[in-house]
Design a protein around this ligand. Structure first.
Ligand code: CA
Length: 220
């Protein structure tokens, strides 16, 4: 497997590269979060340190998750429960505390990749048809007037959450908790950004109604 090893510490980084190469993988060393955000499409799985020189690893993970669901195993010195919970909520598939036990890391990488590959549609096939819109919650796809609408992961999650509760008012807080978890401090603005792009991509001005001072409702 091509494995991104995002680790600024040379000692740890080289040890990981050695160990992963020896068992037949193709590790790609990255020292900064920005390298991962540029290169994630070329790898099948990511080992992510949280203490990076250019950005906190959790921030990098959230930025990655907005565009890609490549499996991520966090490998960090931070062993407190709060850090583990924040990383999992930010989209980590697994979490290991340094020093890495290399065979365990290898096993966990294989597990997260296999899990992602086989359980692709995590939900039973649930297709919601409403007027011109067909949302397939299992396949995570959206069609509007028979055209596929490519959405980012977060845009899809916003849409899916509203569609599952169609006709009901959904508060901003509920959306933010469901999609970002409570650790994401700048999330309010982020929700606005995703809502704007989601609406623009759907091209259906009335589909998502804004309920002033409260939240949104899927109206179709
Ligand atoms: Ca580090």
């Amino acid at each position: 497997m091509r494995i991104a090893v995002v680790e600024d510490d040379d000692g740890v980084g080289e040890a990981l590269l050695d160990a992963l190469s020896k068992v037949g993988h193709t590790p790609v060393r990255m020292r900064r979060g920005s390298e991962l955000l540029l290169g994630h499409r070329d790898v099948e799985v990511v080992v992510l340190d949280l203490g990076l020189p250019d950005a906190d690893g959790l921030t990098v993970l959230r930025q990655l998750r907005a565009v890609d669901d490549v499996p991520v195993v966090v490998l960090t010195a931070r062993d407190d429960e709060r850090s583990v919970v924040r990383a999992l909520r930010a989209g980590a598939d697994d979490y290991l505390v340094k020093p890495a036990r290399l065979r365990e890391l290898q096993a966990r990488l294989e597990v997260v990749v296999r899990r992602r590959g086989t359980s692709g549609p995590a939900e039973p096939t649930t297709v919601v048809e409403a007027g011109d819109v067909v949302v397939d919650l299992g396949a995570r796809s959206v069609r509007v007037r028979d055209e596929d609408v490519p959405l980012t992961r977060k845009e899809f999650e916003v849409l899916a959450h509203l569609v599952r509760r169609r006709g009901e008012a959904v508060s901003r807080q509920e959306l933010m908790d469901a999609i970002w978890g409570d650790a994401y401090v700048t999330v309010s603005r982020s929700l606005d950004v995703h809502m704007t792009s989601l609406r623009a991509k759907l091209g259906l001005p009335d589909a998502i109604a804004t309920i002033r001072g409260f939240g949104y409702r899927w109206t179709l």
